[in-house]
Design a protein around this ligand. Sequence first.
Ligand code: UDP
Length: 380
Amino acid sequence: MKVLFVDQTGQLGGGELSLLDIVKGTSHTAEVVLFSDGPFRKLLEEIPVPVHLLSAGNAADVRREAGISALLSAIPSFLKLRNKLAEIAKDFDVIYANSQKAFIVSALARRPGQPLIWHLRDMLQAEHFSSLVRLVAVFAGNHAADLIVANSQATLDSLVASGGDREKSIVIYNGISPAPFDAITNQMVDDLRTEFGWQGKFVVGAFGRLSPWKGQHVLLEAIKELPDVHVAIVGDALFGEQEYVDSMHALVQQYKLQDRVHFLGFRRDVPQLMRSVDVIAHTAIAPEPFGRVIVEGMLAQRPVIATRAGGALEILQDNKTGLLVTPGDAAALRQAITQLQTNKGLLQQLVTAGRQCAVDDYSVEKMVSTIDTTIVRFTR
Ligand code: UDP
């Protein structure tokens, strides 16, 4: 099969890192279209896989919260994108859209009868998208997708609750390879902890892009009353959410946490960093569609505290493979951190069971082979 994967961004979000694994592992002939440039393109080209870069014009400005005027003013850009994508896509057996905008443009661009699969990696809920954006996505999904692959049951449920067609939807969980985590030696951990001055310190790591709904501010609230706890914030604003980054820095000043909060920016050495912290906190205050960082924390053999919502509920079993706390509840997060600081038996139990669960249930090979066979099934 000749498969054209389409994604709206060249940034490295969770959806793009997952697509990278799919494109690396697929047995089909793959090419990729991106609507903006960035580090994702370089990683694809290193595989190597041909990448077509299309300019989105002001269609790039249509964001999650878009209303009618943003959408209307972007129509000419969407049409230009559609034409360019149609020209590339015409020779492929199937189009596989990896993001919402990519799916809408693909729905307009495909030739009559050309199969179209939409990999849905977002919760279609008011906390994440305007009602107009959800309406357009669900309408296009119901009318143009041959199959919708949701990255969790929570994501699929959000689609159905918004009016999406359950009959054409399936769940395929993200797979994540344990290899990069297993490759980290104690020496590498010691070196990194020395570099950051973390020897003898108890460090909680928060991994992921900085965005209000990811809730990293809740972690600052939680540790302001835990004077011996340090925090590593790993990630940056990827999609124009710089205001949130500024507000986080302001909070650190306000709470006088400058010595204990370490902003590390976007990093490519997540496995080493995860192995170098004591606890991993996932702090989303809105339901997470999947939450790769949760599985990664389990693979890194670090105890994970996650918020009780969305995909996290499918990945973590409270008190067995991790700890779950109420979204936005800083006191509960504080208590969970303290519990892991003081109860080493519980910590070890969570780490052992967590790693086993991550290895058994989130294999990259299984994800890729399921997607490969699904592509064949829906293209014939
Ligand atoms: N990540 C990264 N560098 C960073 C922060 C995060 O490579 O500095 C990766 C992280 O390891 C994970 C992904 O970004 O694989 C985030 O995926 P997740 O599903 O947690 O969130 P999303 O970005 O999809 O909302």
